[in-house]
Design a protein around this ligand. Sequence first.
Ligand code: IFM
Length: 448
Amino acid sequence: MTLHTFPDGFLWGAASSSCQIEGATLEDGKGESIWDRFCRIPGKIVNGDTPAIACDHYHRFSEDVSLMESLKLNSYRFSIAWPRIFPVGGGRPNVKGVDFYNRLVDELLAAGIRPMATLYHWDLPQALQDKGGWIARDTAKYFVDYAAYMFEALGDRVDLWITHNEPWVAATLGYGTGEHAPGVSHMPSALAAAHNILLSHGEAVRAFRDLSRQGARIGITLNMSPVYPASSNECDVLAARRWDGCLNRWYADPLFLGSYPEDIMELYLRAFGAPSISIEDMGIISTPTDFLGVNYYSRAVVKADPEAQPLELSHVRTNRPVTAMGWEVYPEGLYDLLLRIEQDYDPPAVFITENGAAYDDQVSSGGLVDDRERMEYIRAHLIQLHRAMQDGVEVEGYYLWSILDNFEWAFGYSKRFGIIYVDYTTLKRIPKSSARWYRSVIERGSVL
Ligand code: IFM
């Protein structure tokens, strides 16, 4: 067996997000988020689950940081709940909300864990949604004010920042298909939302350059998948190119090349009409960042399908194993994706900001959770990551999704992604076998 050794200084982390773990949705002055509201719509969330309690991390963060310390993590990626800081999106900050993140960051640093803060992981203040949400350009202005406030509040201790998590998901599922909050089903709105999110990212990066201390770095996280055609037929190859355009290039091109991909722009113009985009916007969106965050879970395999309008493609299931989400396990995709990112966009650095798997974990009669499949999933992905690094891609850290089982959006608590099991009745935490195994990887700095 080969030992795959990672460089000294590599960040070994795990990730989470505010809405998925904190709970305390109405406590200490927090404002309502679009997810608090959306979950009240019958039928939107499996079992009618809500984030109201989640993992109760808001009250148990000290215990959670101790668990991270015991796992030897040297970094932790969390997100800040915007409505905890500005309950109605802007105006007066809520001191108690800021205080929570101050305490979290202090506790992490005391445990030797480097914080990476994400500003937006989908919990928009409902008050801003009432004014149009991400469809309204003004939301970008509110976002920049919120971002600037957080840079000043935590910037003396947090040196790794992410503006947005997965703009494709926030825009497409939130405003295009309505599967996520705020539940709008209108593709032109999704495109406007995507553009305003990217714009707010660029503006926030500019504010960061003025406000941050030396050495602090900022980037954005994209959910990316390499796309493969189901066959070598030309129409399948073109379909794969189209899906790559919608999922990957529509976001990475403006950020790194300063323009939307022409082929997809033409397709969207035909299908949905002209979006409102100016040349100045593109300059803002492509403001240089310090790194790209990559969330990788699986690949996409697509075939041409003239019936499926407007993209004329459909997704194909392969016969390889899938996780509890039905997502194909395809570790080689991480290697392909990283090499492609390097070649097409050449970001200054890359962090894998999410990678992991949901499985139907069970607690044994002895109180253990033996999640071998997850361990194998992570191991295989780390090996592909190492291979990409050997081939020249500069990846500085890896964040497992997720530290804890948590609120998996429309799936509620029915899907478990954590390396730490959460009993949602008692809120007891049980580190799974994968957590112990991950600690041994971190201790060795290598994977077998
Ligand atoms: O739980 C989500 C996370 O919030 C964003 N990335 C994908 C994860 C798994 O679906």
